[in-house]
Each structure stands twice: as structure tokens, then as C-alpha cells.
Ligand binder design. Structure first.
Ligand SMILES: Cc1ncc(COP(=O)(O)O)c(C=O)c1O
Length: 352
């Protein structure tokens, strides 16, 4: 605390990212990174950018990258907004599209950055309880609101909302912006991207951090009708005109163009998820159905915090959340390689 701080800073409760331990030889299953490397074409493209041109600012509008994203999704380039990680895209969406008089709605158990943005931008919000089985119930959102946002699949539950339900929400809330955060959709869910043409209030947000194995490059994007994208651009150009550096623009474009590569690694992760779920259920774990590259699981006889600590002693890092209380008994485990998941299962066999 300091009297030099702006008033809003005193009230902030910042987001706490998952640990990036400095130790080597860990089985790191705590931050939903991809266990496989990015496409070799990404590395080539990034290396090619290490040149004299670094003295020049990058393209402020990332035109080539936006054209590549547009091509991949079959939309126009003016329907694409790119940012420094989807966190930045989301932050701009909160200011540009979700700050109104009525409170915005999101699940009570969801990506914990959403309430942080609400605090920073002073946006009223209301957490809508998930059902007993941790599902989003669309009817609960069909009430007057300042906007709706949730991840699909949800995080940290991994539970998917069927596309038909997403459309029912859109049809029932024509006056509010609906942001679907599809950070994990490439691991097996049905995307809302195809609904963008029909619903002027829909913004779909994606990241290259998970499915493209590019968390270190920091690239995310949003797709919506041009009037929504214009609002995001107005905020971006009032904040930082050059959010994506030359490496990020070149690497992300190469990754979008090599889509067979990232689609294959996603399929591999999904196969390992099926195996891991079966192995953990055999050990007595309850595992929520997951459409993501992580699972949320609890053991009836062991505390989540205790298990996380015991795994850590064995150099296996998973994520445990103390809050909200309903997920306190659970562990959130990122799907690693088959070998990493086997190491985890062997450790759990010894602990449970
Ligand atoms: C639901 C969700 N949305 C967005 C993000 C942010 O991803 P990034 O900023 O790496 O693109 C995350 C990261 O964990 C997430 O879980």
C-alpha cells in the first residue's frame, strides 16, 4: 500500500498465474501448456525474423496474420482482431464490449481472470452458479444483463456446453454481447465460430497458447462481426498500437498455415486424455467429463491440497485451487505426453 497509488489499485485482487518453476526435470502438468513443441515451420519463421528489420516497428495491425486467421476460419479479415495472448484480447473485450450499467454474467466457477478484469475496469458482474454436476445452465443467463462471457469448454472444470445450447443463449439475449472464450475448443469441442455470421452480438476468442503449443509467443485472437472488431481496435489503439512483435506475427501466421500439424497434436492430447481418465478412474478418482487439455479430478479419500503436495515431492506439478470452495477437493491436471501421464499415474498409485 502506498499513498502514491491510484485509488483503483488499492482495491485490485490480481490474477495469480500457475507457477513456472525454475527447476529442471519436472513433470509439469499445472498450466495447460501443450506437451508437444510447435510446428517446425513456426521455428523457421521466427528465426527468419531475427534480422536487421528488428529496428523497425512491427505492422501495428498484423495484416498478414489477420489474413491468415481469416483464411483458416473462412471469414473476412475485418472480422479478426489479434492481441498479445488471448488475455489481452479478453481485457480489451471487457472494456470495449462488456462495460454497461447492468452487471455482466459469468459462471461462479470459471477462468479467474474475468473477475480481475471487472475489478480493474470497474465492471459490475454476477457469478451464476454451475449446476451440481458443474454444468452451465443456459436458462440462468436469459435474464437482463450487461453481457455474458464464459469459456467453452469451461475452465477449470473442462465441461463443454453443446453448440445448440450456445445458440439458444444467443437467440435469447439479442441485446447483450456474448463472448465465448474458446481457449480449449481445439481439443474436441464444437466451435461457435459458425454462428458469427448470424449473431451480431457474438465474439469468439481463441488462443495459440494451448492447441498450437505457443504459450511462449503470446498470441490470441477474436472473431466477430466488423462492428465488434472495430470496438476492440479502438481500445487497442488507445492502449498499445503494437501489441504483437515481429516474432509473434510471423510465428503465429506459420502456425495457422500449418494447421494439420496443430490438429494432429490436439488429437494426440485427446487420446492421452482418454487413457488418463481411465487410469485415474481405476484408482478411484471422480473425473469430470473434459473437452479440454486438462481434467478436474478428486479422490473420495484424499484432499486435493494434500495430493498436490505429495505429487510435488515427486517432482510432479499439478494445479490445486483453494477457491471457490466447491473445487477445493479437486486437482486440475494438464494432459501431458503418454509418458508424463504414466509417471503421474504411478505416483498416484503409491499415494491413493
Ligand atoms: C479460459 C482461458 N482463457 C484464456 C486464457 C489465456 O490464454 P493466453 O493469454 O495464453 O492466450 C487461458 C489461459 O490459461 C484460459 O484458461
Amino acid at each position: 500500500m502506498s499513498h502514491y497509488w491510484s485509488a483503483v489499485v488499492h482495491g485490485l485482487t490480481p490474477y495469480v498465474p500457475g507457477e513456472q518453476p525454475k527447476l529442471a526435470n519436472l513433470v509439469k502438468l499445472n498450466t495447460n501448456e501443450n506437451p508437444y513443441g510447435p510446428s517446425p515451420k513456426v521455428l523457421e519463421a521466427v528465426r527468419a525474423e531475427a534480422a536487421d528489420t528488428l529496428r523497425l516497428y512491427p505492422d501495428p495491425n498484423s495484416d498478414r496474420l489477420r489474413a491468415g486467421v481469416a483464411r483458416y476460419h473462412g471469414v473476412a479479415a475485418d472480422q479478426v482482431f489479434v492481441g498479445n495472448g488471448s488475455d489481452e484480447v479478453l481485457a480489451h473485450a471487457f472494456v470495449a464490449l462488456l462495460k454497461h450499467d447492468k452487471p455482466i454474467l459469468f459462471p461462479d466457477i470459471t477462468y479467474s481472470f474475468y473477475p480481475v478484469y471487472c475489478g480493474l475496469y470497474e465492471i459490475a458482474h454476477r457469478g451464476i452458479p454451475l449446476t451440481d454436476s458443474f454444468e452451465i445452465r443456459v436458462d440462468d443467463y436469459l435474464v437482463p444483463n450487461g453481457g455474458v462471457i464464459f469459456p467453452n469448454p469451461n475452465a477449470p472444470t473442462g465441461r463443454l456446453l453443446a453448440l445448440g445450447e450456445v445458440e439458444r443463449l444467443l437467440a435469447g439475449t439479442p441485446d447483450s454481447v456474448v463472448v465465448i472464450d474458446e481457449a480449449y475448443i481445439d481439443f474436441g469441442g464444437e466451435s461457435a465460430m459458425g454462428l458469427v455470421a448470424r449473431y451480431p452480438q457474438l465474439l469468439v476468442v481463441r488462443t495459440l497458447s494451448k492447441s498450437h503449443a505457443l504459450a511462449g509467443l503470446r498470441v490470441g485472437y477474436a472473431i466477430g462481426q466488423p462492428h465488434l472488431i472495430e470496438a476492440l481496435n479502438r481500445v487497442k489503439d488507445s492502449f498499445n498500437s503494437y501489441p504483437l512483435d515481429r516474432f509473434a506475427q510471423a510465428g503465429a501466421l506459420a502456425s495457422m498455415e500449418d494447421h494439420t500439424y496443430f490438429e494432429e497434436i490436439c488429437a494426440k492430447v485427446a487420446r492421452t486424455r482418454t487413457r488418463l481418465v481411465a487410469d485415474m478412474e481405476a484408482l478411484g478418482f471422480e473425473v469430470l467429463p473434459s473437452g479440454a487439455n486438462f481434467i478436474l479430478a478428486r479422490h473420495p479419500a484424499h484432499e486435493g491440497a494434500e495430493l498436490a503436495a505429495r505429487l510435488r515431492e515427486r517432482s510432479i506439478i499439478v494445479r490445486h485451487f483453494r477457491k471457490p470452495a466447491r473445487i477445493e477437493p479437486f486437482l486440475r491436471i494438464t494432459i501431458g505426453t503418454d509418458a508424463q501421464c504414466d509417471t503421474l499415474v504411478e505416483a498416484l498409485k503409491a499415494l491413493c
